[in-house]
Design a protein around this ligand. Sequence first.
Ligand code: F6R
Length: 607
Amino acid sequence: MCGIVGVLMKKPAAPVMLEALRRLEYRGYDSAGLATLAGGSLQRRRAAGRISALSQLLDSEPLAGTIGIGHTRWATHGAASQHNAHPHRSGPVVVVHNGIIENWRALRDELIAGGCVFESETDSEVIAHLCATLLARGLDPRRAAMETISRLVGAYALCLLFEGAEDMMICARRGSPLAIGYGEGEMFVGSDALALGPLTDRICYLADGDCAVLTRTGAEVFDASGAPVQRPIQTVPMEAVLVDKAGYRHFMAKEIHEQPTVAGYALARHLSADRRHVVSAAAAIDWRTLPRLSIAACGTAFYAAQVAKWWFETIARLPVDVEIASEFRYRQPPMTEGGATLVVSQSGETADTLAALRYARSAGQTVLGVVNVENSTIAREADMAIPIHAGPEIGVASTKAFTTQLIALACLAIHAARSRQAITPETAAALIDALSSAPRLIAEAIALEDQIAVAARDIAETESALFIGRGTMHALALEGALKLKELTYIHAEGHAAGELKHGSIALVDATRPIIALAPHDDLFEKTASNISEVAARGGRILLITDRNGAALAGAEAARTLVLPEVPDFIAPLVYAIPVQLLAYHAAVQRGTDVDQPRNLAKSVTVE
Ligand code: F6R
């Protein structure tokens, strides 16, 4: 987590860095800070809280200088306070850091024994002191920086500035991402291309272990062994870095409403022009002979994986293990020879998912990365990347990435099913037709927003809610509970509807809303029985179903939302909409920060 930026410019650095930090705020927003060099001397400003707090501070205490580094923090070591905010300084050195320095205690003890005085509780401050100590021993900034970096154990993307060096910045990465941007007589560094979007579209992604020395005219890059290397400079399409609310009150609202469009776009990329074949077919895998598939992911991406398990197993008859990425490698599961692993990640930077990828690879699996950010570490390390084509997702709560992950996974499942001859060409065509109707049906679900907002009022007033569903709706129930928790801070649980009677039904009373996700499918009768069991105990049910479901079970519910009738295969794509909108409107009504809920960050690059 954390976002970092560095600029070497011809014009004042602080306003440009502030804007870049705003674009990086999705990575963390506990505190923020900037440092510049003006007239050769270092200055810095830091503030607890959002970038807006730093901006206010800069209004009263501006920063001069055309070279600088900046940071927006997601706290790991030490509270979200001003003194823990980056940049950290030691004498003539300032540093911004994203990641975790695992040997920070040992380094800190050593540095304190040598006379260093620490002002923060962070792991990052050791970097500044270590580098300053080496400078004091007579090393030049380059050598001091390289030697400092060589002593760090853990994950880092960092930028260093040195007093008196108005045309030099040193940066490095291991485990955390870092991109260099090339301008005209100006150079930039950022955690991602998004940060550098308005500054340049010429981006070079550093490889793991790289270190770079930047001046205004270019960058020298060195690999982990210290050898000079050339990393390719890519042109990033402007639409990939556009960040705009387009008139919506929140990014999340905009991203929910974008779903019909991005779903249509994603389908156009995954399917042939005649809509008869899947073209994003993951050639790295021989689906005909694949014995077993694992899918590893975190949070919302994990729930997309749970839906995908249902699809792969039912239509492709392919056994699937779905793995919580943060648990996967520690369990060290034996992996089937010749097997494959999908890792699903919007950001492509989630540390646990990346570690799952590396574990699967070391266990001999072919690894596919299903990602939104196409230049992300996961996309680059996987044997093959399958983009989901959602476009930039800025709201911390994942919405359009979830539905487009589902589209990519559904396409893969159809392709696998055909390759394994588990379904006929006619069935595959019918499934593709169903998928092709998703943009329209998602739009019809979004059109019910006013009704959903009214239903959300009931939920906003409670402190606890239960979501229930069967089959793919179980995964949606888990997703609904996650969305509600993260956006409103209301306690929520998702349950397999049939599992409720094994204990959790004790929670049912007249105060706690129970949201039943129940399209009229093969499992409807079973879910309806579970709804009756809840109703018989005085439970307050919000039934989300279709016309037939409403006719059969609506009487049991306090309120019913009637969605369009949908082919079973794509029900998860359409039922995601009320789940997202319920949480969104409940959050708006409670006045919580929709786009940046407390304690969270969009890209979780720590374990
Ligand atoms: C919830 C949410 C998170 C992410 C999770 C994985 O709304 O967004 O649960 O899904 O942190 O992130 P990625 O997909 O970037 O690996």
